[in-house]
Design a protein around this ligand. Sequence first.
Ligand SMILES: NC(=O)c1ccc[n+]([C@@H]2O[C@H](COP(=O)([O-])OP(=O)(O)OC[C@H]3O[C@@H](n4cnc5c(N)ncnc54)[C@H](O)[C@@H]3O)[C@@H](O)[C@H]2O)c1
Length: 262
Amino acid sequence: MTAPHPTVTPLDLGGRTALVTGAASGIGRACALRLAAAGAKVRAVDRDVPGLDALAEAAPALAGAVEPHVLDLTDLDAAEQLAAGTDILVNNAGLQCVRPIEEFPPDVFHTVLTVMLEAPFRLIRGALPHMYAQRWGRIVNLSSVHGLRASAYKSAYVAAKHGLEGLSKTAALEGAPHGVTSNCVNPGYVRTPLVEAQIADQAEAHGVPPERVLADVLLKDSALKRLIEPAEVAEAVAYLCAPHASFITGTSLVLDGGWTAH
Ligand SMILES: NC(=O)c1ccc[n+]([C@@H]2O[C@H](COP(=O)([O-])OP(=O)(O)OC[C@H]3O[C@@H](n4cnc5c(N)ncnc54)[C@H](O)[C@@H]3O)[C@@H](O)[C@H]2O)c1
């Protein structure tokens, strides 16, 4: 006897509350809009007020709702509190600094680790009691190819992303008996302000003209020679929240144009 084949239906997150960090820009904005389009009520968290305002203006036509929350994620206690009661947590906020280790400012290293590793830990910690109580939860951690591979001059970012991979897997093991999955999504270079902002620093660190950075540095190891769009990454995040992804946990969904095939 063959098992019944599940029917594929459009993603319906009606009645679910999602929290997306870094929702004012780039991938986080795309995730907030995608989850709201699927019917979720989205807590959009960022420190960028104009960015959050612009997101809220783009959202009213969607099935769900976007609730802006202005928060600097270095306020770890506030972050943990805000995560209480969420069904879906997307740890996305991030920042980049490109410098050789011997010149890397220690305070920036500390901030990167705080926002990109410690805040996700505190947000997961805040979200789990409700997820466990209802026996359903989805944690999606925006990692990167840099969660799996290193690049020179990105010590804090690579360290934070490798740490996030470990945190995500640990949450998967602990969450499994409670109906909670935890996964990473690992894009290559995405067309966002975070990438645009590092062109000058990459040019200086690698000694190439700024107009060569995309081809000679960023896309050097990618088999597909283009940036990936934020909406493509948001679709992967949405996929991990769908019923058909309920057996996917503790893994990393790599969207890297073939970079890690090397
Ligand atoms: N752009 C890429 O090429 C790329 C590739 C792989 C992974 N990622 C990851 O995707 C995530 C989003 O990146 P993006 O490219 O959309 O970046 P982005 O710069 O467009 O957006 C990041 C958002 O995080 C917010 N943020 C930063 N520090 C914060 C803080 N202390 N408190 C609150 N909000 C804060 C910013 O205000 C911004 O809105 C990051 O974790 C990044 O590492 C990006």
